[in-house]
Design a protein around this ligand. Structure first.
Ligand code: SF4
Length: 392
């Protein structure tokens, strides 16, 4: 099937790029970049790429201008080269999250015929019906919603595309299936494409450091390319310091508790900070934990803003609801069963060896992350009082 060139301009991650624009995609990367800078205005290329990186560094969910022209294809390929040589997981995750959200917003406005073409191009088996087919009824309280769609997707393709998505409603058991095809609404189908786009930017072939360094040295000899690379690198370094600072400030605001967080919390927060996806359990754990410490609602919501499927309205509602219900974070035993205990990885003494209880006159193990915070806080204040006494 021949795909419209405009679709490739719009969505340069489509496999047909290799056939429709083979003169671009098959070039040696150095030659490709040189020719791009000869053919297109450098300032325009630089502007488009920096706009993307700056938006990703700011954790924005959209960019104002997305231009679906031939230069867009060049910029996408240069973007991939930049991510490869930057070799920084946090940057890659941020860019992948942003880029996939841009793709979602573009795709959601496409007609059904184009969506069908895109799935065909990706070699994914979907069926399209001109007249929507009914496949169920959703009953919530006293309201009934008839479920209907124009699309069905082959079950194995559905499983492949949803493999890294954690939402309960996407599990196969919660979806209607007939003759090996899953009924799926258009917006959910496009959400699967969003994840495909994200994965495409994240997945990187394992390469040894020497190969990467050689390639980097060669490509940075191209002055204009190096200029873009240097701007991105220095802006990221500044941003990184700011993250550290904000991290400290945020967690210190109010109760000065950040230094007292147990490894299981630190590790999950770090994952979120790097833009990695969190499981449903990890999300609940962080919300319940921070709510228990009366962490401000907007700051909890902001922690999730780096995640690929972040939705501010939905997250705010969930954080507020959890607070209202007064949910208590999981115990250490539950966290261990979810493989979320990070005591060994962080070699944390308090988690591994426990603490001496004066009440029981015995060594006791940590049973709850909130006890961890309490004990750490007690020790800190005790140390402070002792040093105050010595000064006086
Ligand atoms: S022992 Fe408890 S507090 Fe410590 S890392 Fe494991 S789950 Fe978290």
């Amino acid at each position: 099937m021949e795909i419209h060139t405009e679709l490739i301009y719009h969505y340069p991650w489509l496999p047909s790029l290799n056939s429709v624009l083979s003169s671009i995609s098959s070039q040696d990367p150095l030659e490709f970049i040189k020719k791009t800078f000869e053919t297109y205005p450098f300032l325009e290329i630089r502007e488009r790429l920096l706009r993307l990186f700056r938006a990703a560094f700011e954790n924005l969910e959209q960019i104002i201008e997305y231009q679906a022209d031939k230069l867009n294809v060049h910029c996408y390929l240069i973007l991939k080269i930049l991510l490869y040589i930057l070799d920084n997981r946090a940057i890659t995750n941020r860019i992948a999250n942003l880029y996939s959200k841009i793709a979602y917003n573009e795709l959601i406005n496409e007609g059904d015929a184009y969506i069908y073409d895109i799935f065909m191009d990706l070699n994914l088996d979907i069926k399209y019906y001109n007249i929507p087919i009914q496949y169920g009824i959703n009953i919530t309280k006293d309201q009934e919603e008839i479920l209907q769609t124009n699309f069905r997707i082959y079950v194995f393709d559905y499983l492949k595309l949803t493999a890294s998505l954690r939402d309960e409603y996407r599990r196969l058991v919660n979806n209607s299936l007939s003759d090996g095809y899953v009924f799926i609404q258009k917006r959910n189908l496009i959400r699967l494409l969003q994840e495909y786009v994200r994965q495409k930017l994240i997945i990187k072939q394992e390469e040894d450091k020497a190969t990467l360094d050689n390639f980097k040295n060669e490509i940075l000899k191209l002055e204009k390319f190096k200029e873009i690379y240097d701007i991105i690198s220095s802006e990221w370094s500044l941003k990184e310091e700011e993250f550290e600072y904000t991290f400290e400030m945020d967690f210190k605001s109010g109760k000065e508790l950040s230094g007292s967080y147990p490894p299981c919390v630190k590790s999950t927060l770090k994952k979120a900070q790097e833009g990695q996806n969190l499981t449903h359990t990890e999300r609940l754990y962080i919300v319940w934990f921070l709510n228990s410490l009366n962490y401000p609602e907007d700051k909890i919501v902001n922690i999730f803003s780096t995640l690929p499927d972040f939705n501010r309205e939905k997250t705010t509602y969930q954080v507020r609801y959890a607070k209202k219900k007064g949910y208590i974070p999981y115990s250490c035993q539950s966290l261990k069963s979810y493989n979320l205990c990070m005591a060994k990885k962080y070699k944390d003494e308090l988690c591994l060896e426990g603490y001496f209880s004066r009440k029981y006159d015995a060594q006791r193990e940590i049973k709850h992350p909130l006890s961890y915070v309490r004990i750490k806080q007690y020790r800190t204040s005790h140390k402070q009082k002792n040093s105050d006494k010595q000064i006086n």
